[in-house]
Design a protein around this ligand. Structure first.
Ligand code: UT7
Length: 369
């Protein structure tokens, strides 16, 4: 029998702190009008000192598990797509695994920048479809505010912090992830990168003095590349799923810039009413933007059972990709009513305790002085 990987749970976590365009206009030479008209972004969320990619990922994961009504102990695999990991190693996914108590799960991070969530979704779906595993947690989590030069107006207007997660589960019923494409062009690597802190340029006082531990970007080049590949990848993924554009109920794109998303929709001749847009409220949350936008689309009643949807994104690498899925959601929502949720209370308590410990650690090391 054919095995399918269904999206049965979804969750998101964003920091409480809002940073508006006007706030940024007090930090660098820019205006709310410039940022809004060039990007569509009005505000973004910024992590508190005791939050990190792993804490946001954990919160999103717990919400997704609750939605899917599966226990952490049933998760076989955790993939965290991130460009702002907790550490160089161990993987952020391992921190999440421990935080939620997913005792039998394998865990690793995936680095494909803003395309990372699509790559991770595809990897987890393939593992389920092949019979290797039954349940997976796919997470996109970022605290890019920690790698942003707040004196560089070319980049600091764009990024925000947050996390989103999907639970994928095996079913013999047709649906779930139907196709995916993943592409890369490493020759464009220097268009968007973080030069120092890796093995090429290990962190030194000199690299820090030069600001090489911050995101560097050629915005125009990335813009041109993005508008080209978003259309191509969407068409390819739809064709691979043996569908037509008319079959697609909703496109959920990576939220980098409203102008890029509108250009891609124009290129496809696809109506913007069927494209999810929330870049105005969160900015570019990189790997987290697609699952966050999916959660909001569901909450807004824009996702119905059986809907065929496209996820599409691009990012540093350069990388890009798209996936087509058939939405399963409400089956899981119905099931949720009958299953106990006590594990979530336990996991949440652990998560709160860990945050308190981190705060205490911060106090001890003088972070809050
Ligand atoms: O997930 C992938 C992440 N990266 C992206 O998605 C980036 C894609 N690129 C973009 O979104 C756009 O290229 C930006 C929003 C970054 C920039 O918009 P743009 O329309 O491409 O502007 P530009 O870089 O062509 O700059 C136009 C002008 C320049 O001034 P001059 O040289 O024409 O005098 C910039 O110096 O705007 C200036 N500028 C700004 N002015 C006010 C650049 N940033 C700002 C700013 N406020 N924040």
């Amino acid at each position: 029998m054919t095995r399918y990987a269904h999206i049965t749970g979804w969750g998101m976590a964003v920091p409480e702190k809002v940073l508006t365009n006007n706030d940024i206009a007090h930090m660098v030479d820019t205006t709310d009008e410039w940022i809004t008209s060039r990007t569509g972004i009005r505000e973004r969320r910024i992590a508190a000192p005791d939050q990190s990619s792993a804490t946001l990922a954990t919160d999103a994961a717990l919400e997704a598990l609750e939605m899917a009504s599966i226990k952490p102990g049933d998760v076989d695999l955790i993939i965290v797509a991130t460009s702002s990991p907790e550490y160089l190693f161990p993987a952020t996914a391992c921190v999440v695994q421990d935080n939620i108590g997913a005792k039998k799960a394998g865990a690793f991070d995936l680095s494909a920048a803003c395309s990372g969530f699509i790559y991770a979704l595809n990897m987890a779906a393939q593992a389920i479809q092949s019979g290797a595993i039954d349940n997976a947690l796919v997470i996109g989590a970022e605290t890019l505010s920690r790698f942003t030069n707040w004196q560089d107006r070319n980049t600091c207007i764009l990024f925000g912090d947050g996390a989103g997660a999907f639970v994928l589960q095996m079913s013999y019923e047709e649906g779930g992830v139907l196709s995916a494409v993943m592409r890369s062009d490493g020759s464009g690597g220097s268009s968007l990168y973080l030069p120092a802190g890796g093995s090429r340029h290990p962190a030194t006082a000199d690299t820090v003095a030069q600001g090489l531990h911050y995101i560097q970007m050629n915005g125009r080049e990335v813009f041109r590349f993005a508008t080209r590949v978003m259309t191509q990848a969407t068409q390819e993924a739809i064709a691979n799923a043996k569908l037509k554009l008319e079959d697609i109920a909703l496109i959920i794109p990576h939220q980098a810039n409203q102008r890029i998303i509108e250009a891609a929709a124009r290129g496809l001749d696809f109506p913007m009413e069927k494209v999810v847009l929330n870049v105005d409220r969160y900015g570019n949350t990189s790997t987290a933007s697609i699952p966050i936008a999916t959660c909001e689309a569901f909450n807004d009643g824009r996702l119905q059972p059986g809907d065929k949807i496209v996820f599409v994104g691009f990012g540093a690498g350069l990388t890009w990709g798209a996936a087509v899925a058939q939405w399963t959601g409400p089956v899981a929502v119905r099931r949720k009513l009958y299953l106990p949720l006590s594990y979530r209370a336990w996991a949440k308590a652990r998560s709160i305790l860990r945050r308190l410990m981190r705060r205490l650690e911060g106090l001890i090391w003088g972070r809050y002085l």
